[in-house]
Design a protein around this ligand. Structure first.
Ligand code: FAD
Ligand code: NAD
Length: 469
């Protein structure tokens, strides 16, 4: 006999928990099904443990700057890597425990097991069939491991296994230089590990603006070696792994594979939905509603691959739950796209990407190599490029690799979301000396390309003197 529910949520990650919070406001007849460990990808193996490691590694790296400002003793500070990894796991456990509270009181309405669809309103788990008015799929994603590399066993790590390591070896390779690969490569290099980083494409961190990409590569090559633009192969060699790409070959102790993540759909049996699946096995869905076709089924978070980052997963859980409880689905306008990569200089993009710009778009850029506050903080590297619409100078996007990129991106994200022109943004106060004066320089470079009223402070120019801009 099938059990009957109003809503079944498959996956207790960020999207699933956001959906649970919303659905629970309307009904108790909600069933959560989660395979494997609870605690969410973000808290267990993703955003949070990676950021703890990055913060610790950065604290150590900053000691290298001490001698330059007249503080002695920095050279005696060293990483105790086993202790640092323990610290990561301690904070990780703390973050995970917070997420567990969300499902703690569900009792029998929470089943641990692999869900398999039998139809658009029927799910099988642990041999039991469940029927629901609506189903929310929120099964997340998993690291990709190319088949030939699996034979290397524990010599190849992913972020699912990295944070469980008791220590780290002297030489590491990182394959894949998207956000995950770059964050981990720089953190390990800051800990004193010899890092060699590889990507088969030439792009870094998904940046599409070639000028920003060039500036980032220049900055990162101070920390670790970078090899891009050719296929990478791995072979066991003694106790380690030989990495080959083009004419370059290096022996390392271990490899972190960060070549992307794939949606967790293999065990879901999406064919049972009865809609055509694409070549990746994905059903069609509307990002504004999260609904799959006309079915009573919604797909939210990393599993739909629309915008695989945390705040978008949370939004999609909310949208899916709202629509699962409604008679008619609502189309939600989505937020301005934003991405941040937590390295130094920080990488960020917001709004339209360089690769998406029309030919008449205006571009303003600012280098942070001579930016006053960045020089004072010994963080003077990187480039910001801001994009505005050709016809009216409305801000439309930016790509950057600069200090405090995460904050710059939020400021620009607000301006873009509100449809502000470059002139309007330049009318706000910029205090001195702040890193945001670099952002102002990039905006001023756009204003110079369009007519501006003399009585407009947006027209106020630069000194071109390091101490004053
Ligand atoms: C190393 C790393 C760093 C990251 N850093 C950031 C960052 O700094 N900022 C940011 O915004 N994003 C970051 N992300 C991305 C972010 O973590 C994800 O976008 C987010 O966690 C996705 O949440 P989700 O709910 O879609 O999936 P998840 O949290 O993965 O939840 C999916 C759940 O579904 C379960 N499941 C899978 N299949 C089934 C099934 N058949 N039946 C039942 N249950 C199933 C899984 O076990 C899991 O519990 C990072 C990711 C990684 C890996
Ligand atoms: N700070 C953040 O916001 C943050 C941090 C980490 C992850 N994330 C999220 O996680 C997702 C996954 O990140 P990711 O970095 O794993 O994936 P990604 O898809 O962004 O990057 C993977 C990289 O691996 C390369 N690659 C693929 N196959 C390869 C191969 N066989 N050999 C060499 N290189 C190869 C690709 O060219 C690409 O540059 C991102 O899309 C992002 O949304 C976000």
């Amino acid at each position: 006999m099938a059990e009957h529910w109003d809503v079944i949520i498959i996956g207790a990650g960020t999207a699933g928990l956001a959906a649970l919070r919303e659905v629970s406001k309307e009904t108790d007849k909600v069933l959560m099904i989660n395979a494997g460990a609870y605690g969410t990808t973000c808290a267990r193996v993703g955003c949070m443990p990676s950021k703890v490691l990055i913060e610790s590694a950065r604290a150590l790296h900053d000691c290298n700057k001490l001698a330059g400002v007249g503080i002695r003793g920095g050279q005696h500070v060293a990483a105790d890597i086993p202790a640092m990894l323990q610290h990561v796991r301690k904070l990780r456990d703390h973050f995970v425990s917070g997420t567990l509270e969300a499902t703690a009181t569900l009792g029998k309405r929470n089943i641990q097991g692999l869900a398999r669809l039998l139809g658009p309103q029927t799910v099988e788990v642990e041999g039991q069939t469940h029927h629901a008015e609506r189903i929310i799929l929120a099964t997340g994603s998993s690291p990709v491991m190319p088949a030939p590399w699996k034979a290397l066993g524990d010599r190849v790590l992913t972020t699912d296994t990295f944070f469980e390591q008791k220590t780290l070896p002297e030489r590491m390779a990182v394959i894949g230089l998207g956000p995950i690969g770059l964050e981990m490569a720089q953190a390990m290099a800051y800990l004193g590990i010899e890092v060699h980083a590889f990507d088969k494409s030439t792009s870094l961190a998904g940046i599409s603006d070639p000028e920003v990409s060039k500036a980032l590569r220049e900055a990162l090559e101070k920390d670790f070696s970078i090899h891009t633009g050719a296929d990478v192969s791995l072979h066991a060699d003694g106790d380690g792994v030989r990495v080959d790409t083009g004419a370059f070959s290096i022996l390392v102790d271990r490899v972190l594979v960060a070549v992307g993540r794939k949606p967790n759909i293999d065990s879901l049996n999406l064919a049972a939905l009865g809609v055509p699946l694409d070549e990746r096995g994905m059903p069609p869905f509307d990002p504004a509603t999260t609904q799959i076709g006309e079915l009573p089924v919604y797909i939210a978070g990393d599993v739909n691959q629309h915008a695989p980052i945390l705040h978008e997963a949370a939004d999609e859980g909310y949208i899916a739950a709202h629509n699962a409880m409604a008679d008619k689905p609502t189309a939600f306008p989505r937020r301005t796209p934003m991405g941040v990569v937590f390295i130094e200089p920080g990488v960020a993009f917001v709004g339209q990407r360089f690769a998406e710009l029309d030919a008449d778009a205006l571009i303003g850029e600012a280098s942070f190599v001579r930016q006053g506050r960045a020089v004072a903080a010994q963080r003077n590297q990187g480039l910001m490029r801001i994009y505005a619409r050709g016809k009216d100078a409305v801000l439309i996007g930016a790509e950057m690799c600069v200090p405090a990129a995460e904050h710059m991106a939020h400021l620009l994200g607000l301006a873009i979301s509100e449809g502000l022109t470059v002139h309007q943004v330049l009318r706000m106060p910029f205090y001195h000396p702040v890193l945001e004066e670099g952002l102002r320089s990039a905006l001023r470079a756009i204003v110079k390309q369009v007519p501006c009223n003399d009585a407009d402070l947006a027209k106020c120019g630069e000194f071109r003197i390091q101490a004053l801009d």
